[in-house]
Design a protein around this ligand. Structure first.
Ligand code: FE
Ligand code: ZN
Ligand code: FE
Length: 170
């Protein structure tokens, strides 16, 4: 898409977020399955449901713009998910859980940045309905990020530290 106006830019950002969310809908069940901690698994499953809602909200934003939902490849989310896939290769246990949280927190922060900016642009363009929808998702991303951090701090990290250390040459 040729970006000349703020409206073009906004549309491009929504298309990017739409692609990012759809990638996450596919990745989150794998993250849940790779979790050892049942609390972490539930958090991923819960965020999967929310993420499906994020896709639906973006479709409402497209509707307010009078456009068909369209995706442009989100290279950043592709990369973040690839890093998450690498974490899944860690031998099962709490260290893998800590690694999954590390990857997921990166995803949430990326989304927080994307939705924060898109919300601000929607407000600037006078798209009040869209601004509200984007803000709702923004709040859920912030909550998901905080929840993951809480799980890390309250259970997973401690559990991971209890694992026997492997010998490393020093
Ligand atoms: Fe999301
Ligand atoms: Zn992107
Ligand atoms: Fe998210």
């Amino acid at each position: 898409m040729t970006i000349k106006t703020m409206e073009n830019l906004f549309v491009e950002q929504i298309q990017d977020l739409y692609d990012a969310e759809e990638r996450l809908v596919k990745a989150l069940p794998k993250m849940a399955k790779a979790s050892t901690s049942s609390e972490l698994r539930k958090a991923f499953e819960n965020h999967l449901k929310e993420t499906e809602g994020h896709v639906a909200r973006l479709e409402q934003v497209f509707a307010e713009l009078g456009q068909e939902p369209k995706k442009t490849t989100c290279e950043a989310m592709k990369g973040l998910i690839k890093e998450g896939d690498e974490m899944m290769e860690i031998e099962g246990g709490a260290v893998r859980d800590a690694a999954l949280i590390a990857a997921a927190n990166r995803v949430e922060h990326y989304e927080i940045a994307g939705y924060g900016t898109a919300r601000t642009h929607a407000t600037a363009l006078g798209l009040t309905g869209s601004a509200k929808l984007l803000e709702q998702t923004l709040d859920e991303e912030k909550e998901a990020d905080a929840k993951l951090t809480q799980i890390a701090e309250q259970t997973v990290n401690e559990e991971a530290l209890r694992r026997p250390k492997t010998r490393t040459a020093r």
